[in-house]
Ligand binder design. Structure first.
Ligand SMILES: Cc1ncc(COP(=O)(O)O)c(C=O)c1O
Length: 391
């Protein structure tokens, strides 16, 4: 299947394409370009279609077994793709990772506890912390050499002892920064010093550009295993977020027991489609498809970032992974309300608004380039046109 093939997702109850014309966003359905919520516009690959067909052929949607073989497949994928040895017995299947984060917050922290996140970051971290009634503590990332760095010295100076858990995004959403093993070890040491539980959300672990190296936290810093919760999923990699399956792996027995108690009380188990699709994805055919996808996304990123960099005052952040570009409009000198108006109304594009990603995101927009190349090119042309007066 060619990633260039365009499918029309409009009218399919698709959040990304069918909600951009809502009054709060206001991008026309007819010729708008949806570049916000994080899924891709490619048709599902044949191995997923065949797996779904297999499910249909059985004409049986009752209770099912098969979660243990799935966990073995997940463990095998993590071992072969990422060099991470994970025990299937340490895994829990949640209703996606947003759900997993919510359970972690309830199970592993108390209402009076504070939770650290590195902003700007995936906006749902903030939402989940607030909804769970915990207090959010932002540690703003700093831009050095054009990319984000954690400022652990500043965070250290602000610690009060109320902080109990940290959510880390690896690779980082937005902009796809891949943290180095040295940075991860420094973070692990920080968590040990302050007795913090470390949630490493690695949902974007497979969308690594050719030539780049991603190392999961337990490989980079095995010393953190006694306080580590790993969040992984096939959902971003294979574009199966609608099947709602995430994996929470907790190597430490005591921590696992705390999580497991609430998990069992809530009676959470995966749904049939999620198990079928993730099982089909974590296969040799899935690996081959992914290895075609990665250079395609890298080239989409290059096309988009190069095109945006041609607009005076617009600064796209370099990327190492993901399809979530991050573009700074500070030097246009415009109010963000005007930038957003031009992008939505003049270019007819729906991006994600940077302010939602927390402190440091205010002057940015996030554009999702997980779409056929022709749409990326079209987006660049529309955006260059919408800001042509800056030339
Ligand atoms: C870092 C991160 N975590 C979690 C999620 C959501 O995961 P799920 O759809 O499994 O709830 C996303 C979606 O964009 C994400 O970027």
């Amino acid at each position: 299947m060619s990633f260039d093939h365009i499918i029309d997702r409009r009218g399919s109850n698709c959040t990304k394409w069918d909600m951009m014309s809502a009054p709060s966003i206001g991008v026309p359905a007819e010729d708008g370009l949806a570049m916000w919520i994080a899924d891709m516009d490619f048709a599902a690959p044949d191995f997923l279609q065949e797996a779904t067909q297999g499910l249909l052929d059985k004409a049986n949607y009752g209770y099912f077994i098969g979660e243990d073989p799935l966990k073995d497949k997940i463990a095998n994928w993590m071992q072969t793709r990422h060099g991470w040895t994970v025990d299937p017995a340490a895994m829990f299947s949640t209703y996606g990772l947003g759900n997993g984060i919510g359970i972690c917050l309830q199970a592993l922290t108390q209402p009076e506890d504070e939770v650290i996140i590195f902003t700007p970051v995936y906006h749902e971290f903030t939402v989940k912390v607030k909804k769970s009634g915990r207090t959010l503590k932002e540690s703003p990332l700093v831009i050095r050499d054009g990319v984000y760095h954690m400022d652990l010295a500043a965070l250290e100076a602000s610690m009060t002892g109320r902080e109990k858990l940290m959510i880390f995004c690896s690779p980082h959403n937005p902009a796809g920064r891949i943290w180095t093993p040295e940075e991860m070890r420094a973070l692990a040491a920080f968590c040990a010093r302050h007795d913090l539980i470390l949630l490493s959300d690695d949902i974007h672990h497979d969308l690594i550009y050719p030539g780049e190296t991603y190392v999961p936290m337990p490989v980079a810093a095995p010393e953190v295993l006694d306080r580590l919760v790993m969040l992984t999923s096939a959902s971003k990699t294979f574009n199966i977020a609608g099947s709602r399956l995430g994996t929470i792996s907790i190597p430490d027995e005591n921590l696992r027991a705390r999580f497991g108690k609430l998990f069992r009380a809530l009676d959470i188990s995966p749904n049939l489609l999620g198990v079928v699709l993730t099982g089909a994805a974590y296969s040799d055919r899935g690996a081959a498809w992914l290895d075609d996808l990665r250079p395609y996304l890298a080239e989409n990123s290059r096309v988009f970032l190069d095109g945006m960099a041609q607009i005076p005052g617009v600064t796209p952040m370099p990327m190492q992974s993901t399809y979530l570009t991050w573009v700074d409009f500070t030097n246009t000198g415009m109010e963000m309300s005007e930038v957003i108006r031009r992008v939505r109304q003049d270019a007819r594009i729906a991006p994600s608004v940077g302010a939602e990603f927390g402190t440091g995101g205010e002057s940015f927009l996030r554009f999702n380039i997980g779409t056929p190349r022709a749409r990326v090119t079209e987006a660049v042309e529309r955006l260059q046109q919408a800001f042509s007066d800056l030339q």
